[in-house]
Design a protein around this ligand. Structure first.
Ligand code: ZN
Length: 149
């Protein structure tokens, strides 16, 4: 595994609509493992492929850094299928230097995605996990938290 460089604003890759993954293979699995290592090293609770310069629909998240890896999520082609409630949460971003701000997000989301072992999953998130899912999926659409202030 390897820690990859994180792309920062104003890199244009952060503003692109990322492509759907059409094949889950060993190369993708290695990439996602590198993304997880990069996220933990930063450290951050989530990382989207555009942040390592790849315009592809893959994210990793782990909101529990007390137990590294235990709740690690690696999601391919994630889509938010339900969202409800509102929560104001202070966010930062590994691609935006030295800036945090409160963002209004849904309090609960349901996300459909594929895992790197080709299983379709549904993830329900509330609180920090809901916020992180929305933040990372935004990255796949070229949206940064700054756009939601
Ligand atoms: Zn971010």
């Amino acid at each position: 595994m390897a820690v990859l460089p994180i792309y920062k604003l104003p890199d244009p890759v952060l503003r692109q609509e990322a492509r759907e993954i059409t094949e889950i293979n060993g190369k993708l699995q290695r990439l996602v493992d590198d993304m997880a290592e990069t996220m933990y090293a930063a450290p951050g609770v989530g990382l989207a492929a555009p942040q390592i310069g790849l315009s592809q629909r893959v994210i990793v998240l782990d909101v529990d850094h007390e137990n590294i890896g235990k709740r690690l999520l690696k999601l391919v082609n994630p889509v938010i299928t339900e969202s409800e409630g509102e929560v104001l949460w202070e966010e930062g971003c590994l691609s935006v230097r030295d800036y945090q701000a409160e963002v209004l997000r849904a309090e609960r989301v349901l996300v459909k995605a594929w895992t790197t072992d080709q299983k379709e999953v549904e993830i329900e998130g509330t609180g920090l996990l809901a916020v992180a899912l929305q933040h990372e999926i935004d990255h796949l659409n070229g949206t940064l938290f700054l756009d939601r202030l």
